[in-house]
Design a protein around this ligand. Structure first.
Ligand code: CA
Length: 239
C-alpha cells in the first residue's frame, strides 16, 4: 500500500516547511501549494488523501478553495482539515457551507496537528474497506462507494457527515452520546471536541431538509436515528 498523500495549501513558507518536515518524518508523502488557485489545481492533479487548508490565502481564500473542492466530483471525497486563526469561523468552516472535515485553530502545536491528521486519515481510509449498504426511511448509505441518497436523490455528505449518519442509522432507536459519536465518526475522541458533533449534525440536518427528523435530538444525551418513520418537517405550512 502506498503512503498517504497530503497536500498543504498555505502561504507561510516557514509553516509549510515545518509541517512538511514533520509529516514526512512519520511517513506521509507531502505536496504543497502557496496560494488558493495553485492549491486547487494541485488537488485536481494529484488527488491527495488529505488537504491541510489555510483560510487566509492569496488569490483565492481557503473558504472558496474548500467550496470548489466539494463541488467537484474529482475532489469531493478528499478529507479536508482547515487551519483557521479565528475560533468564530469554525461553525462556517466545518458546517454546511464549507464541508470541511476538521479544523485546527492557529497557533497550534505540530504534534496535535499531526495527531488530528492521523485520526482523519484513519477514518477516511477505513470507509473503503467494508462493502455494506444501509437503507431506512428513504435514506440509503453505501459505505463502500461512499454514496448516500435520500428518496433516490443524491445526498452530498462529507466524509465525517457520512460516518456520523452511518453510526446512527446502523442502530435505529439507540441514543448515542456525543462522545460515542465522536469515536464512531472522528475516530479519536481525545483530540476533538463534543461541540464538533453538533456542528456536523446541524449540517446533516440542513442537507436532509424536510427529512431532518432522521436525526433526532435526545435531550440530555445526544442523538438517534428513529426506529419508525420520522415526521416530515412542516416547513411549508399552508396559511
Ligand atoms: Ca495564510
Amino acid at each position: 500500500m502506498s503512503q498517504p498523500k497530503i497536500l498543504i495549501i498555505e502561504d507561510e513558507p516557514s509553516l509549510v516547511e515545518v509541517l512538511a518536515y514533520n509529516l514526512e518524518a512519520v511517513g506521509y508523502e507531502v505536496l504543497s501549494a502557496g496560494d488558493g488557485e495553485a492549491g486547487l489545481e494541485a488537488a485536481r492533479l494529484h488527488r491527495p488523501d488529505l488537504i491541510v487548508l489555510d483560510i487566509m490565502l492569496p488569490l483565492m481564500d481557503g473558504l472558496e478553495v474548500c467550496r470548489q473542492l466539494r463541488a467537484d466530483e474529482r475532489t469531493r471525497g478528499i478529507a479536508i482539515l482547515i487551519l483557521t486563526a479565528k475560533a468564530e469561523e469554525v461553525d462556517e468552516v466545518v458546517g454546511f457551507q464549507m464541508g470541511a472535515d476538521d479544523y485546527v485553530i492557529k497557533p497550534f502545536k505540530i504534534g496535535s496537528l499531526t495527531q488530528r491528521i492521523r485520526a482523519l486519515l484513519r477514518r477516511t481510509q477505513h470507509s473503503g474497506t467494508d462493502q455494506e449498504i444501509l437503507a431506512a426511511h428513504g435514506l440509503e448509505l453505501d459505505r463502500w462507494r461512499h454514496r448516500s441518497t435520500l428518496n433516490g436523490e443524491e445526498l452530498p455528505l462529507t466524509v465525517t457527515e457520512f460516518r456520523l449518519l452511518w453510526a446512527l442509522a446502523r442502530q435505529p432507536g439507540r441514543a448515542f452520546t456525543r462522545h460515542e459519536l465522536l469515536e464512531a465518526a472522528l475516530g479519536d475522541s481525545a483530540v476533538a471536541q463534543e461541540r464538533t458533533v453538533d456542528v456536523h449534525i446541524k449540517a446533516i440536518r440542513q442537507k436532509l431538509g424536510r427529512h431532518a427528523g432522521l436525526v433526532e435530538t435526545v435531550r440530555g444525551v445526544g442523538y438517534r436515528f428513529p426506529e419508525g418513520p420520522p415526521a416530515l418537517d412542516q416547513e411549508e405550512t399552508i396559511p
